[in-house]
Design a protein around this ligand. Structure first.
Ligand code: ATP
Ligand code: MG
Length: 394
C-alpha cells in the first residue's frame, strides 16, 4: 500500500469512528489510479468543520466558510472538506450559495473532469459515478456533465483541461473540446493569478508542446494574460519542452518562441513575482550572448549562463554538451564568485594608500575585481597589495 495513503487511512478511520463518512477524493485518487506519485491527500467527509475540529487535536481552519479544515497528523497536512453542493450559478460564474449535503456523489458531481471526480474509501474501493477510470484508460479528459454548462460556471476549467492534457498526456474528449472552443472568451473573466498558476503547471507537463498547440487551435491564445502568438507556425509543438529544468527557463522559452516585443512587460502581464521576472530576464540576456568572456560569465553566474545556453541549443538545434563543457571550463578559471571573495577590505586599501575615503575606493575595487576575473591579477596577498599600491585613479 502506498505509504501516504497508509498514514491518511488513520484520518479516515478516526472520522468514521465518530459516525461520519470520509473518502479520499480528487487529485490523489487520480494519481493513485495512474500509478503516479501522490502529492497531497484531500479528504471529503460528511462531518462539518466543527466536528472535524473536535475529533482531531491539531487542526488549522483554512477555509471554514468553504467547509475546509486542515488536519495535522504525524507532521502531514490533510485537507478535509465537508461534502458540498453548489446551487445555481446566478451570474454563470460564481456560486451564489454553498450548502453542505451529506452525499458523496453530489460532491463529486461539482468537480471539473471525470478523472478528478473519483473517490476512494480506506479499503481502496473506488467510487466512480462518472466513469473517470474508464476515461483515464482512454487517456481522455472529459467534463463531469454538460461541458457547456461546466465551462460557463467556471472558465478556469478551460485552462485546467489543457494543464491536465499536458501533465498526463491525455486528449481532450470531442464534446469537451467543442465547448472549449465555444467558450474560450470567458477566460477574460478569470483572474490572472489563477490562469498563471495553471499555465505554469502546463509548461512543466510532459506534453507541453501538444497542449500549447491545441490551446492555439482552440482559440485560447488571444485570451491569455498576454496574448500569445507563435513566431513561426508549429514551433511550440516541435519545441523540446521536457529538456528544460526550471519554471524560469520555460518562461524564457515562451518568450523566445513567441512574438514578444518587451519581455519585462510580458512577464508583468502574467503577474509573476519579481524574483522570477529577474531570473527570466537574466536567462534571456545569457541566451543572446554568442561568445562568452570571463567577465560575461562572472556577471551572469554559471547557472544562468547554462540556462541561456540550453535554450539557445534547443531553439537552434545545436548540441549542448560541448558548449556547456567549455562554459564550465571558463567558469573554473575564474577565481572568485563575487567581490566578497577578494581577500582585502576597504580599510586595508585606505591604509595602503594612506588616503581619505572617497568614490575612488569603489572604482579601485571594480578594476581589481575585473583584473582578478580576467586572470591578470592573482589572489596572493602580496600581489594584491602591490597592485593597490600601483593603482592610480584615471
Ligand atoms: P494537483 O495534483 O495539481 O494538485 P488536483 O487535481 O489536486 O491537481 P487541485 O487544483 O488541487 O487539482 O484541485 C483538487 C480537486 O478539486 C480536483 O481534483 C477537482 O476534483 C477539484 N477542482 C479543482 N478546481 C476545480 C474547478 N475549477 N472546478 C471544479 N472542480 C475543481
Ligand atoms: Mg491538489
Amino acid at each position: 500500500m502506498n505509504h501516504l495513503f497508509e498514514e491518511a487511512s488513520y484520518v479516515l478511520e478516526k472520522i468514521e469512528e465518530n459516525g461520519y463518512k470520509a473518502y479520499f477524493v480528487g487529485g490523489c485518487v487520480r494519481d493513485y489510479c495512474l500509478n503516479r506519485p501522490i502529492k497531497d491527500i484531500d479528504i471529503a467527509s460528511s462531518a462539518k468543520p466543527e466536528a472535524i475540529q473536535k475529533i482531531f487535536p491539531k487542526t488549522i481552519p483554512v477555509g471554514i466558510e468553504h467547509g475546509t479544515v486542515i488536519v495535522r497528523h504525524n507532521h502531514v497536512s490533510y485537507e478535509v472538506t465537508t461534502f458540498r453542493k453548489e446551487d445555481k450559478y446566478e451570474d454563470y460564474r460564481r456560486p451564489s450559495k454553498v450548502w453542505f449535503v451529506s452525499e458523496l456523489e453530489e460532491d463529486l458531481s461539482r468537480r471539473d473532469f471525470t478523472c478528478n471526480a473519483m473517490a476512494m474509501d480506506r479499503n481502496f474501493k473506488l467510487i466512480d459515478p462518472f466513469q473517470g477510470r474508464e476515461d483515464l484508460k482512454k487517456h481522455q479528459i472529459r467534463t463531469v456533465g454538460d461541458p457547456d454548462k461546466r465551462f460557463s460556471e467556471d472558465p478556469l476549467r478551460l485552462m485546467r483541461a489543457f494543464r491536465f492534457k499536458s501533465v498526463y498526456s491525455m486528449a481532450i474528449e470531442t464534446n469537451t473540446e467543442a465547448a472549449i472552443i465555444t467558450h474560450s472568451a470567458l477566460l477574460k473573466k478569470i483572474s490572472t493569478e489563477r490562469i498563471t498558476a495553471e499555465f505554469i503547471k502546463l509548461l512543466a507537463g510532459e506534453q507541453a508542446g501538444d497542449a500549447l498547440a491545441r490551446m492555439k487551435s482552440c482559440g485560447i491564445f488571444p485570451y491569455l494574460p498576454y496574448p500569445l502568438e507563435e513566431k513561426n507556425k508549429g514551433t511550440f509543438l516541435s519545441f523540446n519542452w521536457n529538456t528544460l529544468k526550471s519554471e524560469e527557463q520555460r518562461w524564457a522559452a515562451v518568450i523566445v518562441l513567441s512574438k514578444v516585443e518587451d519581455a519585462r512587460e510580458f512577464l508583468k502581464k502574467w503577474k509573476l513575482p519579481n524574483r522570477v521576472i529577474h531570473s527570466v530576464l537574466d536567462i534571456l540576456s545569457a541566451f543572446h550572448i554568442e561568445h562568452w568572456t570571463r567577465m560575461d560569465l562572472y556577471r551572469s553566474g554559471l547557472n544562468t549562463a547554462l540556462s541561456g545556453l540550453l535554450l539557445k541549443c534547443l531553439v537552434y538545434s545545436e548540441s549542448y554538451r560541448e558548449q556547456a563543457f567549455n562554459l564550465k571550463q571558463l567558469a573554473a578559471g575564474i577565481p572568485i564568485a563575487s567581490r566578497e571573495d577578494i581577500p582585502l577590505n576597504g580599510e586595508e586599501v585606505l591604509r595602503i594608500k594612506q588616503a581619505a575615503p572617497g568614490v575612488w575606493v569603489g572604482q579601485l575595487f571594480k578594476e581589481m575585481e575585473e583584473a582578478i576575473v580576467e586572470g591578470t591579477l592573482s589572489l596572493s596577498e602580496q600581489e594584491i597589495n602591490d597592485w593597490v599600491r600601483r593603482w592610480e585613479q584615471k
